[in-house]
Design a protein around this ligand. Structure first.
Ligand code: BGC
Length: 333
């Protein structure tokens, strides 16, 4: 008994000596993540925003999100406010790939790391890029069309010229189409950029292309689902919807409806929910000084940016049920 008491007293003494005075555990500081998104006009960005909020909530993180409505200077000032509000890291999906480099400079000057989300910020010292293989997204569109329409009149639409992704989608699509142009089998009758990815511009440009070619158009590269909607509206006006192949990307609910109806040929599915989750998790790891598990590098003209790139999947009538409906990713009417 005596020995047990001495033992206990020694143990208590050792433990109390090794503990600092007033060793009350402070609650860990809540991590603050700032997110700047370009728009909520395309459904995909609504999904990204929701998923980021859900993941942040589950992880007990304070998420501050701003949307700049396709306005580069608004994005600049929103990010200045985020930085001033004491965020620990910035997740930035730039409206303008080039001018957003100044946002990265500001964040860096405040000692923050920056994750370039979906769209790459060019000429900047971003720390991580979380996106898809975007050249591949475009290549999949081009491949889909040339396999089904190896000859004929093509319209090639690209997204916003301010978005680095739009360039990659276009290059990817042309890598499949151009060899057949050189062979003389395909003629590109219209090749246009669509400011801010606006569907009404896509509709107007399609109307112009139809008129200029006596409605003789066989395939149209629409760079995303929202612009595909505009393209298909123009085709409907001349009774050609479902007769001309039209691409897309994003697996928007309305695009899936059109695929089932046969007016849109395909979409490229990018699991943006997974992408949003990856970005939040990478942000937490970076704040904690852990490795984020980047698997590739993408050059942004200033550096090779460590990157996490997810895989895009082609979806058309043949697999839409399997990939998008049964999985619950989209809800169709
Ligand atoms: C995204 C697309 C989106 C487009 C327009 C691109 O940067 O990668 O998924 O459709 O922006 O918002």
């Amino acid at each position: 008994m005596k020995r047990l008491c001495i033992g206990l007293i020694t143990l208590i003494a050792v433990v109390s000596l090794s503990m600092p005075v007033n060793a009350v555990q402070k609650p860990a500081k809540k991590i603050k993540i700032g997110v700047s998104l370009p728009t909520q006009r395309d459904e995909r960005w609504v999904r990204d925003a929701q998923k980021m909020k859900d993941v942040a909530k589950a992880e007990g993180i304070d998420l501050k999100m701003q949307v700049c409505d396709n306005d580069a200077s608004k994005q600049m000032s929103q990010c200045e406010n985020l930085i001033a509000s004491g965020i620990d890291i910035l997740i930035l999906a730039p409206h303008d790939a080039t001018s957003a480099a100044a946002i990265v400079d500001n964040a860096k000057a405040a000692g923050l790391k920056v994750i370039s989300y979906d769209r790459l910020v060019l000429d900047s010292d971003v720390d991580l890029y979380v996106s898809f293989d975007n050249y591949e997204v475009g290549r999949l569109m081009g491949e889909y069309l040339v396999k089904r329409v190896p000859k004929g009149n093509y319209v090639v639409f690209a997204g916003a010229p301010t978005d680095n992704n739009a360039k990659l989608y276009r290059e990817g699509a042309l890598s499949e189409i151009k060899p057949l142009v050189d062979k003389g089998d395909i003629k590109i009758v219209s090749d246009q950029w669509i400011t801010d990815w606006q569907p009404t511009i896509a509709m107007n440009l399609t109307q112009n292309a139809l008129t200029a070619n006596n409605n003789k158009i066989d395939a149209i590269v629409a760079p995303n689902d929202n612009t595909a909607g505009g393209v298909i509206q123009a085709l409907e006006q001349v009774g050609l919807s479902g007769k001309v192949l039209v691409t897309g990307q994003d697996a928007e609910d309305t695009a899936v409806d059109r695929i089932l109806k046969g007016t849109q040929s395909m979409t490229v599915f990018k699991n943006t929910k997974e992408q949003a989750e990856d970005a939040i998790h990478a942000a937490i790891k970076m704040i904690n000084g852990e490795d984020v598990g980047a698997t590739s590098k993408v050059n942004n003209r200033k550096k090779d940016v460590p990157s996490i790139l997810l895989k895009p999947i082609v979806v058309d009538k043949s697999n839409v049920d399997e990939v998008l409906i049964k999985s619950g990713f989209v809800k169709v009417k």
